[in-house]
Ligand binder design. Structure first.
Ligand code: NAD
Length: 442
């Protein structure tokens, strides 16, 4: 078996293992799901549910939002039929499974609800409090929040045991990952029902803890911090992106930021009180990415090809001088290490605190939600390929050279290095270092 084949086989086994995260409790039957919020995620979720043959009630607060959502769904199905991906009958059947309405009373008869309104805690709490009054006892109450505290949402109801996070990814009818967020009081039966629903939707569910950023976004933030830091130290956006592309990602971090819109990241940083000198400056100068024709790259009218922009290098150089960061030429191996190893380090912290159950789960998250090349297994599998001792050595060296304390190796990583162990046991179907085991051994 080639290295790439072995990595793929490992991932498949890790996915099977992750799918067992639902536990042994009997899942409740779900045939009808209400989706609250008919925006980007709500529309995608309605389709994902209908594609699995489930009846959907799609709810928005006003006719306008609802009609826009339903129109997008119709157009998407028509497009899929026109391209021969589904038959015209299938398009009709699926669309017919989705009924729209305004007002949460529409959720009353459903077995489960997935909330996908704006990312605002007060609003979500208000909705859950009303859903608590509306839904029948035993119904599943899920939030698609990408980062809010699931316990704070659950506390707005009198049934926190039935509240869970289902963190889907956009587009929700295509992307397979679901981080199933277990709140403090979420019951085993609720987790089992959530996993059964996710699997029925053809998704890849992974159980995660309720900590900021859950697993994927929390690791992604470390990568983002280092990407920005690499610019200040002298790398160009093209060099950083090319390093990840050559590793096997379809896209590098800066091209991705330009595609998503720099204002999205800024909003999330503001909520967390975080700053990113370069990204903040680009935002301030109106360079929001593709939609404004310029971000980390520049774009020709009607063309999404990222073109290098000397203005960005000037802006970065100015910031580096102001901050006293010396600029240099950075070799590609270092760029790659600085992007990937801090994610591994953060995952070690995640495992230590039991916020993910197994290192294999982390790889499943990254392969299915963040485009980690399957031929490379995942970040933890990749770390094992390098070896824990070498990862510790490199992280320590980078921490020393940059003075960045976040790069210091996590205790679990140090322990694996000292004991000559791996995150992932390649011989046993994706079983890997477990969060609890990591904690006990600490
Ligand atoms: P969006 O702005 O596209 O859609 C939100 C919808 O909620 C709008 O149609 C709005 O009218 C509706 N809404 C607002 N208040 C409402 C109420 N009181 N009752 C009913 N409907 C109401 O947002 P989105 O991008 O779909 O995100 C929705 C949620 O999903 C957020 O929590 C977000 O963090 C999360 N999420 C988004 C993504 C993504 O990539 N867009 C990915 C994962 C998770």
């Amino acid at each position: 078996m080639s290295g790439a084949q072995a990595a793929r086989a490992y991932l498949e086994a890790a996915e099977t293992e992750a799918a067992r995260g639902g536990g042994d409790a009997a899942p409740a039957a779900v045939g009808h799901v209400a989706v609250v919020g008919a925006g980007t995620m709500g529309g995608g979720l309605a389709m994902a549910l209908a594609n699995a043959g489930l009846r959907v009630t799609l709810i928005d607060k006003a006719e306008e939002g609802l009609n826009r959502g339903l129109a997008t769904i119709r157009k998407t199905y028509e497009g899929q039929a026109a391209r021969g991906r589904i038959t015209t009958e299938q398009a009709g059947e699926r669309a017919a499974l989705i009924q729209g309405t305004t007002g949460l009373a529409g959720a009353a008869g459903a077995d489960a609800v997935i909330e996908a309104v704006f990312e605002n805690l007060a609003l979500k709490r208000e909705i859950f409090s009303e859903l608590d009054r509306t839904m029948r006892p035993g119904a599943l109450l899920a939030t698609n929040t990408s980062g809010l505290d699931v316990d704070a949402i659950a506390a707005a109801t009198a049934r926190p045991a039935e509240v869970v996070g289902m963190h889907f990814f956009s587009p929700a009818n295509i992307m397979r990952l679901v981080e199933v967020v277990r709140g403090r009081e979420t019951s085993g039966a609720t987790i089992a029902t959530t996993f059964a629903l996710a699997l029925r939707m053809g998704k890849v569910p992974v159980l995660v803890g309720n900590a900021p950023g859950f697993v994927g976004n929390r690791m992604m933030r470390r990568r983002g911090e280092q990407a920005e830091r690499l610019l200040l130290e002298g790398a160009t956006p093209e060099e950083v992106d090319a390093a990840l592309r050559r590793f096997g990602f379809a896209m590098g971090p800066f091209a991705m930021l330009d595609m998503a819109g720099l204002d999205v990241g800024l909003r999330s940083r503001r909520e967390r009180g975080a700053i990113a000198v370069v990204d903040d400056a680009l935002n301030a100068s109106g360079r929001l990415g593709q939609k404004t024709g310029a971000g980390y790259y520049r774009y020709r009218e009607g063309d999404r090809t990222p073109l290098p922009d000397p203005a960005v290098l000037d802006l970065v150089r100015e910031a580096a001088t102001r901050l006293g960061v010396p600029q240099r030429t950075i070799p590609e191996e270092e760029i790659l290490d600085r992007l990937l190893l801090p994610m591994v380090n953060e995952a070690a912290r995640i495992l230590e605190t039991g916020m993910a159950e197994r290192a294999g789960d982390v790889d499943v998250v990254w392969a299915n939600g963040y485009g980690f090349p399957r031929d490379r297994g995942g970040p933890m599998y990749h770390a094992d390929t390098i070896g824990a001792a070498e990862v510790v050595h490199r992280l320590s060296a980078y921490a020393g050279a940059t003075g960045d304390a976040t790069l210091r190796p996590a205790p679990l990583l140090e322990r694996l290095a000292a004991e000559g162990r791996c995150f992932v046991d390649r011989g046993s179907a994706g079983r890997a270092v477990a969060g609890a085991e990591g904690r006990n051994a600490a």
